[in-house]
Design a binder for this molecule. Structure first.
Ligand SMILES: NC(=O)C1=CN([C@@H]2O[C@H](COP(=O)(O)OP(=O)(O)OC[C@H]3O[C@@H](n4cnc5c(N)ncnc54)[C@H](O)[C@@H]3O)[C@@H](O)[C@H]2O)[C@@H](O)CC1
Ligand SMILES: Nc1ncnc2c1ncn2[C@@H]1O[C@H](COP(=O)(O)OP(=O)(O)O)[C@@H](O)[C@H]1O
Ligand SMILES: [Mg+2]
Length: 281
């Protein structure tokens, strides 16, 4: 198992070229947020925009539009119950599932429209629905972001039995082969043949919305950095907990929206690598 270090951020976060525009930094479509769980997509979107995503559209229940815009006027919105085909077609990255609740039809319609070259991140309720209804994954570049209970539902491996060998074997049964971000204390990231472990982060992150924030960061990094999907995912996972650790030096708990507010500062430090060699992150 490879331990993740800040090297992943040094390798991934680079200075932006001057002659670029929002179209160069990823078109992200976020789908989720029932009436009850609107906060989940707000946290996805806050994280994606603060990670540098060029254009973010949120397809959600209309009751969430005003709250989303009051937090984030940068995001566009659409009703998730309408035909999302044009939004799906034009997206580089689709993140579906945070706060999606029981909206199975929205999930299956999305899975049927995703194209091979697109990045599809499945989080939260999408993972539970996948497991409950034994849905097939579409042919796309897929990232699964379950916590241990969601992975138990998907893999049928009890939490106490979730060893690296068993997790890899379960992952091999998925087609196409996804990247698995198994979230917990010391999150593990599984690719087809390698396992990476996060050794930073801690229980000050145990707040609802922390995973929604991570999913938005993965979307933002994957849409923006021209590195492998695996590298973008690893960098987002590391950055999320590096910020939490830094904030936790002066806080008992770190809340998800505080993490999003700090993302541009962390990215700035890594883009200025040579001036920050002595800093913690
Ligand atoms: N403000 C919001 O709108 C929020 C919406 N959320 C959404 O709510 C839906 C349900 O997600 P939940 O995760 O709450 O519910 P789940 O029922 O999927 O999982 C939570 C259960 O798993 C158990 N568990 C065991 N190991 C765990 C681990 N390592 N990490 C987390 N839980 C573990 C918990 O004790 C709990 O009983 C998702 O779609 C999620 O995105 C949550 O993100 C919370 C915040
Ligand atoms: N004790 C802990 N130590 C380190 N990280 C934690 C701890 N508890 C939670 N986290 C992190 O917080 C996030 C929680 O994700 P998740 O359960 O999906 O949250 P939510 O769905 O409420 O947004 C994951 O990234 C997880 O690794
Ligand atoms: Mg979650």
């Amino acid at each position: 198992m490879h331990k993740l270090t800040q090297e992943i951020l040094k390798q991934t976060i680079t200075k932006r070229a001057n002659a670029t525009h929002k179209g160069d930094y990823g078109r992200i479509l976020i789908i989720g947020g029932t009436e009850q769980y609107g906060g989940a997509v707000i946290m996805n979107a806050l994280a994606a925009v603060n990670s540098g995503a060029g254009l973010v559209t949120v397809a959600t229940h209309p009751s969430n539009f005003t709250a989303l815009h009051s937090h984030l006027p940068e995001a566009m919105v659409t009703d998730y119950a309408k035909d999302l085909t044009p939004f799906i077609t034009s997206a580089d990255v689709i993140l579906i599932g945070s706060g999606l609740g029981e909206e199975l039809a929205i999930l299956t319609a999305t899975l049927s429209k995703v194209k091979t070259e697109q990045i599809l991140i499945l989080d939260g309720s999408a993972l539970t629905l996948l497991a409950e209804h034994q849905l097939d994954l579409p042919n796309a570049r897929i990232v699964l972001t379950p916590h241990e209970m969601e992975w138990q539902r998907l893999s049928q491996i009890e939490i106490a039995e979730q060893t690296p060998a068993k997790n890899l074997a379960a992952l091999a049964t998925f087609t196409p082969n996804p990247i698995l971000v198994l979230k917990k204390f010391q999150t593990e990231i599984y690719t087809a043949d390698q396992i990476f472990q996060l050794t930073i982060g801690g229980p000050y992150q145990a707040t609802g919305g922390m995973g929604d924030t991570l999913a938005g960061m993965i979307a933002g990094f994957a849409g923006q950095f021209h590195v492998s999907l695996e590298q973008a995912v690893l960098a987002a996972v590391y950055a999320h907990s590096a910020i939490a650790d830094d904030l936790a030096r002066e806080r008992y708990v770190v809340v998800p929206t505080q993490i999003s507010a700090e993302i541009p500062k962390l990215m700035h430090r890594y883009a200025q690598k040579d001036e920050t060699k002595t800093k913690n992150f």
